[in-house]
Design a protein around this ligand. Structure first.
Ligand code: URA
Ligand code: SF4
Length: 211
């Protein structure tokens, strides 16, 4: 059996509008079945920075937009703190449907499998080739894995640019949700300021190019 892939659904005239429409009807893997809707990326097609998360959460699944819940609020604040205008960014996820388990009334996030990540990857590849950002920031291990392979370690290599000769430049940092899960307020503050420092490295790399 061939592994599931969204590849055949990618429209020939790919732009953000046609991609978003095609992805809205994607049934390539199982995840569409229990989720409310596809959560495609959002932002300007001229974005210099593409931020890639893992998958939509509960709030994003309901709203149909990425990073609108608690992790998104934290991300917005950290971007502003680092001097990155949201208007210069495009924000998306490695996987476009919310995967969860039910615990009573709550829908708890569940990590997407390697098969689901691979199935969804064509959407991310198309977003990359349409937006053509200068810099891609992987938020957390799942995004880093999707773009950089399973041996990449966010904890060791955060805020460093991957050493390769082609565009875009790619870097990684932690997922904003991991900061929200910090065990106490002191740790949370420390992790938040490290996250902001990582984003400042991105801002500096952009500004270093004559902007
Ligand atoms: N976490 C993610 O990785 N993506 C979202 O869109 C929201 C939370
Ligand atoms: Fe398609 Fe991705 Fe949703 Fe799977 S998770 S159905 S590949 S959009």
């Amino acid at each position: 059996m061939t592994p599931p892939s969204a590849r055949d659904l990618v429209p020939a005239d790919a732009n953000l509008a046609t991609l978003r429409r095609a992805a809205a009807g994607c049934t390539a893997c199982e995840l569409y079945k229990d989720a409310t809707q596809t959560v495609f990326g959002s932002g300007t097609p001229d974005a210099e920075v593409m931020l890639v998360g893992e998958q939509p959460g509960d709030k994003e699944d309901l709203a149909g937009e990425p990073f609108v819940g608690p992790a998104g609020k934290l991300l917005d604040q950290a971007l502003a703190e680092a001097g990155i205008d949201r208007g210069r960014t495009y924000i998306t996820n490695a996987v476009k449907h919310f995967k969860f388990t039910r615990r009573g009334k709550v829908r708890l996030h569940k990590k997407p499998s390697a098969v689901e990540m691979a199935a969804c990857r064509p959407w991310l590849e198309e977003e990359l080739s349409v937006v053509r950002p200068e810099i891609v920031v992987c938020l957390g291990a799942t995004a880093a894995q999707a773009l950089l392979g399973p041996s990449f370690r966010v904890t060791k290599e955060r805020a460093r640019f991957v050493d390769w000769p082609y565009e875009p430049r790619v870097t990684a940092t932690v997922h904003p949700s991991s900061i929200l899960r910090a065990p106490d307020e002191g740790t949370r503050q420390a992790e938040l300021s490290r996250f902001e420092d990582d984003l400042r490295v991105v801002a500096g790399a952009l500004d270093g190019r004559g902007r």
